[in-house]
Design a binder for this molecule. Structure first.
Ligand code: MTE
Ligand code: MO
Length: 322
């Protein structure tokens, strides 16, 4: 159903979207049309590597509606979103993912769902996506390293997907895993992290309406370097919680250990909520550099989403549960 030759491209620029605008946006299909669009001109000028094409991704974006929780802050330049990445499976330098992620094959793609649920199974990407309507959500992303971006994501609420597997009352947490394949992901030949990359959320965090399963950004199918074909975006947590290129989802009774917790338990906690009052052991988290800006900005509690998520942590000592 979602198969097509090239790409689904939202021609209208995300920056044109207004709050009140709920009309479905016109979608053009196919790479050739994409190449004729303004977005592609910018991409072509910067060389092919900018847009590591998901030439084989079986995703059609279809109608994309503006979603809730948007920010009116200026979007980060698309070039920066596509070329300044953390995706250690392709190397630890920010430019490595844009350079090497085209090696990852995203079609066919499937996701295996297991653990504490009534309907486990392995689903093709097309079946994962079929029932969901896509929305655009402009979210801030704050990296634990001290920089941030504002990105127009396209996706759907993670909770809507999880409900389809009928998690049982024992499902207190959910764990996610990235593809593990040294041939496609050269960075996995070095043990910088315990592969495959793993992340986890408490069930109420996973079900929260802010938590997005993303399939696109800037009106395009997700570029490989940003985690094609399917990645989390958890905007009130440090960026590393937003795991890319997901192949497995596991409902668990016990708290999962993420790859970053394993790498540095004193530095990376399970919660990893953005918190200017809890420094990383080696640096402060009080300020951040928005990519494209010179002066640093103050970092906001829960990355500015306190109104939506603070209640999830009522009564918890956030210095202990960092
Ligand atoms: N599988 C995987 N997911 C990952 C990472 C990674 O190295 N591997 N890096 C994380 C970090 S540290 C950040 S800041 C974000 C960056 O997302 P972006 O490159 O799309 O901006 O992805 C996160 N997801
Ligand atoms: Mo990050």
């Amino acid at each position: 159903m979602f198969k097509l030759e090239g790409h689904a491209v939202l021609i209208r620029k995300p920056t044109d979207l207004g709050e009140a605008d709920v009309t479905p946006h016109e979608i053009y299909l196919g790479r050739r049309r994409f190449l004729a669009s303004g977005l592609a001109v910018a991409g072509a000028a910067l060389g092919g590597a900018l847009w590591a094409p998901a030439a084989d991704a079986g995703i059609r974006l279809g109608e994309v509606r503006p979603g809730p929780f948007g920010t009116d802050e200026a979007l980060t330049d698309r070039k920066d979103v596509l070329t300044y990445n953390n995706f250690y499976e392709f190397g630890v330098s920010k430019s490595d993912p844009a350079r090497y992620a085209h090696r990852m094959k995203t079609d066919p793609w499937s996701v295996t769902v297991s653990g504490e649920c009534e309907k486990p199974g392995t689903l093709a990407l097309e079946d994962i996506l079929a029932p969901h309507a896509f929305e655009e959500r402009i979210y801030r992303l704050r990296c634990v390293e001290g920089w941030s971006m504002v990105i127009p994501w396209i996706g759907f609420p993670l909770g809507d997907l999880l409900k389809r597997f009928a998690p049982t009352s024992k499902a207190k947490y959910v764990e996610f895993e990235t593809l593990y394949d040294k041939k496609q992901m050269p960075g996995q030949r070095r043990r910088v992290l315990d592969w495959p990359y793993r992340e986890g959320l408490r069930m109420d965090e996973a079900m929260h309406p802010l938590t997005l399963m993303a399939v696109g950004l800037y009106g395009e199918v997700l570029p490989n370097q940003n985690g094609a074909p399917l990645r989390l975006v958890v905007p009130w947590k440090y960026g590393f919680k937003s795991i890319k290129s997901i192949v497995a989802i596991r409902f668990r009774e016990t708290q999962p250990t993420s790859s970053w917790m394993k790498a540095g338990p004193r530095e990376y906690g399970f919660y990893s909520n953005v918190n200017p009052d809890v420094p990383h052991p080696r640096w402060s988290q009080k300020r951040e550099r928005r990519i494209g800006e010179f002066r640093k900005r103050p970092t906001l509690m829960f990355n500015g989403y306190a109104e939506q998520v603070a209640s999830l942590y009522r009564g918890m000592d956030l210095k202990k549960y960092f």
